[in-house]
Structures are given as structure tokens and as C-alpha cells.
Design a binder for this molecule. Structure first.
Ligand code: ADP
Ligand code: MG
Length: 603
């Protein structure tokens, strides 16, 4: 393209890029991608210019060869060939440099974008709240964060590249062919309509088969993941053979789908090759005749054939690109669903400073999404600052839900929960989370060391502080017995620890937060009564004056509370001092009879 044309285009390109960089109305995700690309615009420009340079340089050697052949056949003199050969070599060297530049620049841009997107995705996922996670499985989110991101990265790396590369190569090759012989060019392009037929027919098939491969791969991965996560169950119930058979079946389905894809792709590329060969044969016949009749020089014929051969790669890459674009569009859609989701729970803006830590449930009802019945219904209660509150009741009566409402893992559907007289929804969520610690029934540990699990925050405290916490939770003896002590890695989700050790580690982690309100969801269920009682002694002394809410089914634990609340079917069925409830109530009395320690309380 002449220089003046290029200079005409630059303002247009600028206009286009300014339109691209404006935040798109289609959402945060698109504008994030555009801003990441905009930050790399120099690299993109460098990559594209190098690509164009490499493509244009590739066009020169066939032209030189053409002239060289004509020179030889006209004069039979080889002396002028040497400079031409050196020129070809020099051009090849430049081309190699430009290739290196565009590859590193454009692939680098795509990798940077992938990296930015990965960070953005996790950052965004961490901002989303419980209702979002109720709608998505871990496997699904994982595949969006891995496979789908890679597909987007490949799309950015290749699509732009292939579009520019193909259009330059196709455009300029055809132009040069026309320059050599318009007639021969028209003849060579006869098979072109067949090409579009192949694209239309097999292109669709390739897309369908690739989707099938993605689906089979997903189910294969899920099977492996589940088998490994549930390896204990698999072994205890001797399900190894069964899982293996299922795996082999999934493998052969995956293999079949891959072979199907390979077959379709093979036919696709085979036909493309055949059509290109057909074009060469036509050119050979027609061009050979033209050379014989003196309408075309031998050099022109050779040059023409070289340009025709150069066309076959961009033609094939068009097929590859169609495939890539189809796949990555689906992936982009899936990633956008995450990035365009927003937290549903309001974040609050009031600081907690100066508030009393009295918790009040005011006629609270809550239903899990997709659940037909209320998990908590019309609950009104108070946990005064500094009180030790026991919560008990049958399985499924709403005890855990009550605690997670107080910790604002969920928001009530009706009624209000107040802290120091202020609705939880109006308080700054980050501050609230720092003041309320909850130990769940099945606590989650990270596959890191015991020390990192106990104190996962910044600014490591002295070991003596951690030792105190470990002693308080009766964990110290266990840690000392591990060969690696504090450095023991707890395995995924803490599998290398016993249930009781996991519970105590999670309890120590909650205590390390130094919270104002401690919510303990049956944290001693795996412990013997003596250990439980010792830990409780420590906590009640060390956290005197703070609110402690204890879910438990053990009378020995409940008897330490100032106040006990009995839950039944999402409602408060009884409440009072433990001694009163033991005398007058029914649930605690039943518990006592069942635990055969009624005499301890003198009831
Ligand atoms: P408890 O801790 O007293 O055993 P929960 O608070 O765990 O009771 O559960 C109260 C009710 O809510 C039960 O009927 C239970 O089936 C239901 N529930 C608990 N968790 C969920 C959940 N994540 N999704 C749907 N329903 C739930
Ligand atoms: Mg529970």
C-alpha cells in the first residue's frame, strides 16, 4: 500500500481505537478487557506493525526468484544472481526479526490479558456473596476460571493475528498474481466456490464436535475430582472397581469424541489441501501452455505458482479461526456471567465504633433460596453483650442458620437483626466480620501449615502467643507430637488431622481474631467431655465480658451458659436459665434423661 494511503488511514484508526476504548454499555467485563488492551496499546501496535512487515517481506523473495529465473533464461548468465541471492538472505533475516517481534509482542499481550483477567475474576468472586455461590457449583466456577480463560486468551492471541495475517497475505498475493497475469489468476480462483462449500459444511461440524469434546472432558475431570476428593468413601465401600470402570467409560467416550473431531478436522484440512492442489494443477496446465506460447515467461510462471502456494496457509487458518471464535464466544459468555454479577447483600457504611455488642433478632424469618419452607421463622431474641448463650434443639431446627444470620452470611427475608440497636445491613461489613467470629460445624482449613491456618492474617504474632492459643484449645500436645510441629501441612481441607484436631484448630483461629462476639456451632462434638470442659474453662475466663454463643447438644456445655435457647422447626420453643429449663422445660429434660446425668444437676 502506498505511503499516502497509510497516512490517510491513521486518523481513521485513531477514531476506531477511541471508540473501542470507551466503556461499553454491555457491562463491566467488556470494559475491563478493553482497558487491559488499551494499557498495552504500544505493544499491540508494535506487534501488528511487525506482523505486517514480516508478511510484506515474505512477498519479496518469490518476486526476486521470478526475475532471477528470467535473467538466467534470457542471458544464461549466473553472475547477476549472486546479489539477488544475498538480497533474499538479507530479507529472510529481517523477516526472522519481525517474526520474533510480533510473536513476543502479540502473544505477550494475550498472556497479560489472561493474567489481568485471572486476577480480576478472583477479586470479583471474593466480592460476590452467599446468594451467588448458592447458584454455582465449585466445578463450574473452576472451569470458568481455567478452561474458559485459556480459550479467551487464545482467541485474543490468534484471532487478531490471523485476521491481519490472512487478509494481508491473501490480499497481496492475489494482487501480485493479478500483476503477473490477470487471466491465470482468474483461472486459479475457479476452485474458490468449493472452498466456501467446505467451510460452510465442515466448519459447523467441527464446532459441534469440539463442543462434544469439551463436554466429555468436563465430565472426565469431574469424575477424577470426585473420586480423589471422596477417596475415603471409595475405599471404605470398596468402590474402586466401580469408579475405575466409570472412568474407563468416560475415557473411551472422550477418546471417541476426540477421534470424531480429528476425523472431521482431517477431512476439513484434507479437502482444503485437495482444493489447493486442484488450483495448482489448473495453473500448471494453463500457465504451462501460456509459457509454451510465449505469453508468460518461465520466471513469471514460477513466481505465480509461489504466490498461489502462499495462499494455502491463510485459507486454512481461516478455518482454524472460525473454530477458535466459536469456542471462545461461549467461554466469554461464561466468564462475563461472573464479572457482570454483583453482590446482592448491601455492604453498609456505618462504623461499629462506640456501639454496644448487644445482638437482637426482631421477628426474623429466613428461607434458603429454592427452599419451600422457612429455616427460621418469626424469631425474636436478645444476646446481651458479655452473655454466654447456649443454643440447642433437634437436627434441622435452625441453630446453624441462626448463627450465620448473626454473622451476616445471610440476610433475613423478614424482620431485622440489630447490633447495638443498628441494623446489621447498615454496618460496615468488613468491620462487622472482624468483630464477629464464627466456628462452623464442619470447619474449613487450607492446605497450609498449622501455623498459617491458626493465624492466616498479615503480621505474624510471636510463637508464644500462638502457643497460648494452642494451649487454650488443648491443641498444644497434638502440635508438639507432630514431627514438623507448627510447620505440619494439614493436607487438603485438613484431611491429615482428626475431626477433633480440625475443630480445635478452627476454634483457635477464631480466638486469634480476638472477636467481640464468638459464635461456636457445636465446636466440641468430636471431643471427650473432659477436654471440652477444660477448653470451655479457658475460653470463658479469657473471653470474659465478650458474648459467646454456643450451639451444643451436651448438657455439660449448656449448663455453663447464662441463658439457653431451644430451637424447634425454625422457631424458639423454650428459653431461660439452664437450671430453670431443666426443671420446667421439656427439651433439656429429655436431653438430661438421655445423657443420664440428671443427678449432676440435682433435678
Ligand atoms: P441445625 O443447625 O439446627 O441442624 P440448620 O440451620 O442447619 O439446622 O437448618 C435449618 C433448616 O434449613 C433445615 O431444614 C435444613 O434442611 C435447611 N438448610 C440448611 N442449610 C441449607 C442450605 N444451604 N440450603 C437449603 N436448605 C438448608
Ligand atoms: Mg447445624
Amino acid at each position: 500500500m502506498p505511503y499516502w494511503r497509510l497516512s490517510e488511514m491513521i486518523p481513521k484508526l485513531r477514531d476506531l481505537s477511541s471508540r473501542l476504548s470507551r466503556p461499553s454499555p454491555s457491562g463491566e467485563a467488556t470494559s475491563f478487557i478493553l482497558s487491559s488492551l488499551k494499557a498495552q496499546k504500544r505493544k499491540i501496535l508494535l506487534g501488528l506493525l511487525s506482523l505486517i512487515a514480516a508478511d510484506l517481506l515474505a512477498l519479496v523473495p518469490p518476486w526476486i526468484t521470478k526475475d532471477a529465473i528470467d535473467l538466467i533464461s534470457a542471458r544464461g548468465n549466473l553472475s547477476q544472481i549472486l546479489p539477488l541471492a544475498s538480497l533474499i538472505l538479507a530479507l529472510a533475516l529481517f523477516q526472522a526479526c519481525f517474526r520474533f517481534l510480533w510473536r513476543t509482542a502479540l502473544f505477550g499481550v494475550a498472556r497479560n490479558l489472561e493474567c489481568d483477567l485471572r486476577g480480576k475474576l478472583l477479586d470479583h468472586l471474593l466480592k460476590l456473596d452467599t446468594p451467588f455461590y448458592a447458584r454455582h457449583t465449585v466445578g463450574d466456577l473452576m472451569s470458568r476460571c481455567s478452561n474458559d480463560l485459556v480459550a479467551i486468551q487464545e482467541m485474543v492471541a490468534f484471532a487478531g493475528l490471523l485476521i491481519v495475517d490472512s487478509s494481508i497475505t491473501i490480499g497481496s498475493c492475489i494482487a501480485l498474481m493479478l500483476l503477473i497475469s490477470a487471466k491465470l489468476t482468474l483461472v486459479a480462483l475457479i476452485p474458490l466456490p468449493f472452498l466456501s462449500l467446505v467451510f460452510m459444511h465442515l466448519g459447523k461440524k467441527v464446532k459441534m464436535r469440539s463442543l462434544e469434546v469439551q463436554r466429555e472432558l468436563a465430565s472426565l475431570t469431574e469424575l477424577v475430582q470426585e473420586t480423589i476428593s471422596g477417596v475415603k468413601v471409595v475405599k471404605t465401600y470398596t468402590m474402586e472397581e466401580l469408579r475405575l470402570n466409570a472412568y474407563e467409560e468416560a475415557c473411551s467416550r472422550y477418546m471417541e469424541s476426540q477421534m470424531g473431531l480429528a476425523g472431521t478436522r482431517g477431512a476439513f484440512y484434507g479437502l482444503l489441501g485437495f482444493i489447493t492442489a486442484l488450483a495448482s494443477v489448473i495453473v500448471l496446465g494453463t500457465g504451462g501452455k501460456a509459457v509454451a506460447q510465449g505469453e508468460l515467461t518461465l520466471g513469471e510462471f514460477v513466481g505465480f505458482s509461489a504466490y498461489l502456494a502462499m495462499l494455502s496457509w491463510p485459507m486454512m487458518s481461516l478455518g482454524f479461526m472460525t473454530n477458535l471464535i466459536q469456542r471462545s464466544r461461549a467461554s466469554w459468555q461464561r466468564v462475563r456471567e461472573i464479572l457482570d454479577s454483583h453482590p446482592i447483600m448491601p455492604r453498609g457504611y456505618l462504623p461499629l465504633k462506640g456501639l454496644s455488642m448487644d445482638v437482637e433478632f426482631r421477628d426474623v424469618s429466613f428461607k434458603y433460596p429454592d427452599s419451600a419452607s422457612w429455616a427460621i421463622e418469626g424469631v425474636s431474641l436478645t444476646w446481651p453483650e458479655g452473655a454466654v448463650v447456649g443454643i440447642t434443639g433437634p437436627v434441622g431446627s435452625g441453630k446453624s442458620t441462626l448463627l450465620s444470620l448473626a454473622a451476616r452470611i445471610h440476610d433475613p427475608d423478614r424482620g431485622k437483626i440489630l447490633l447495638g440497636g443498628v441494623d446489621l445491613k447498615e454496618l460496615k461489613l468488613e468491620e462487622l466480620r472482624k468483630r464477629i467470629a464464627m466456628v462452623e460445624q464442619e470447619p474449613f482449613l487450607f492446605s497450609e501449615t498449622i501455623e498459617e491456618n491458626l493465624f492466616p492474617w498479615d503480621g505474624k504474632p510471636p510463637r508464644s502467643y500462638l502457643e497460648d492459643l494452642a494451649k487454650m484449645t488443648a491443641l498444644w500436645r497434638d502440635i508438639s507430637a507432630f514431627p514438623n510441629g507448627w510447620e505440619t501441612i494439614v493436607g487438603e481441607r485438613g484431611v491429615t488431622l482428626s475431626g477433633g484436631q480440625r475443630q480445635r484448630l478452627a476454634l483457635a483461629r477464631a480466638l486469634a481474631m480476638n472477636p467481640s462476639i464468638l459464635l461456636l456451632d457445636d465446636p466440641f462434638s468430636h471431643l471427650d467431655p473432659e477436654t471440652e470442659s477444660a477448653i470451655l474453662d479457658y475460653i470463658l475466663t479469657a473471653f470474659k465480658g465478650r458474648t459467646i454463643v454456643l450451639v451444643s447438644q451436651r448438657l455439660s456445655t449448656l449448663s455453663r451458659a447464662h441463658w439457653v435457647i431451644v430451637m424447634d422447626k425454625g422457631r424458639v420453643s423454650e428459653e431461660g436459665e439452664p437450671r430453670e429449663l431443666l426443671k420446667g422445660g421439656s427439651y433439656l429434660r429429655d436431653l438430661a434423661i438421655r445423657q443420664e446425668i440428671l443427678e449432676v444437676f440435682g433435678g
